[in-house]
Design a protein around this ligand. Structure first.
Ligand code: TA6
Length: 301
């Protein structure tokens, strides 16, 4: 458990950044700014909450989320790294890597007229080295304001090339999945994980009628989630990302998830920015790769 008093002494900023202890002694960064509030768990460097001034919370966080060690918190923005989904060779390794369940340290905090910034770094130990025996640094720079900006940087510090897959596995809150639409992926090719990994092409906007689990590859552009219930559009702009993953577990899969309420799938949709499948990133010694995303919210009629 990180020392909360020491974190506040070194990195706290009056009226902007305060460290506190959350469920199961999870260290939480509470962020306040005239443009937005937010919460970030140090374990996993996971954004749990982002509420732009005058808006409903933008991210979905499960009311049954478990804050247990070794388990990802269901909701917010978990970080999948250094592999997305199942490990390519080791089926017993944790799904989506270990960055989302391990402790990160705080390197820097700041605030200005636009927002509050924090830089976090993944702490490597013997557990992470057993899963990923590569000299590698991973940092997350985040800025919470009327926009939420994230930059996940991987640096290969070893003598050999490495290949990573990754995602910012964002859970967005919607009033009703039946009326939500995801736009911006029209015509893109995807792997349908609910249909034997078949390759398909997207026709029109994405609508949700059943479990949806798709990896769109070769897509660099902006995505939008339209939610007529809240009368808002969430814009997702990204760089350094070739994949967008769209997930809603639907009713049956949700019933198998102990950390989601039975109807939880109705209020969320994951639109994840990353590099998965054929977009996996190869880094030569000394190379740095950065996956950046900016989320904004606007009113729609
Ligand atoms: O990103 C979609 C996905 O890979 C799905 O296949 C799905 O099961 C999900 O992530 C959640 O994974 P988790 O390990 O957090 O239960």
């Amino acid at each position: 458990m990180p020392d909360i008093a020491a974190l506040n002494a070194h990195f706290g900023i009056p009226d902007a950044i305060h460290f506190t202890s959350g469920p199961n002694e999870t260290a939480i960064i509470e962020i306040r700014h005239p443009h937005a509030t937010g919460r970030v768990a140090l374990r996993g460097a996971q954004i749990l909450e982002w509420v732009p001034q005058g808006e409903e919370p933008v991210l979905w966080l499960s009311p049954c989320a478990q804050y247990a060690s070794g388990k990802a918190i269901r909701g917010g923005i978990p970080i999948c790294w250094p592999w997305f989904g199942a490990h390519p060779e080791e089926p017993t390794f944790p799904a989506h890597g270990f960055a989302r369940t391990h402790l990160w340290i705080v390197e820097h905090t700041d605030t200005d007229n636009c927002g509050v910034s924090v830089r976090l770094r993944l702490l490597h130990d013997e557990t992470t080295e057993a899963l990923w025996p590569h000299a590698c640094s991973l940092t997350l720079s985040l800025r919470i304001g009327s926009r939420l900006e994230l930059a996940l940087s991987t640096r290969n510090m070893g003598a050999e090339a490495i290949t990573i897959s990754e995602a910012l596995h964002a859970y967005f809150r919607v009033t009703d999945i039946a009326t939500a639409r995801v736009q911006g992926l029209e015509g893109a090719v995807y792997v349908d994980k609910t249909d034997q990994e078949r390759s398909k092409r997207q026709a029109g906007a994405i609508v949700f009628e059943a479990e949806t689990d798709r990896i769109y590859t070769g897509v660099n552009g902006e995505c939008r989630i339209d939610d007529p219930g809240y009368g808002r559009r969430i814009r997702i702009e990204k760089s350094g990302s070739g994949s967008t993953i769209v997930w809603n577990p639907g009713k049956d899969k949700t019933a198998s998830l102990s950390d989601m309420p039975a109807d939880g799938y109705r209020q969320m949709v994951c639109v994840e920015s990353g590099n998965a499948d054929r977009d996996a990133v190869r880094l030569l010694p000394g190379d740095t790769h950065t996956l950046s995303v900016a989320y904004t919210v606007e009113r729609i009629a």
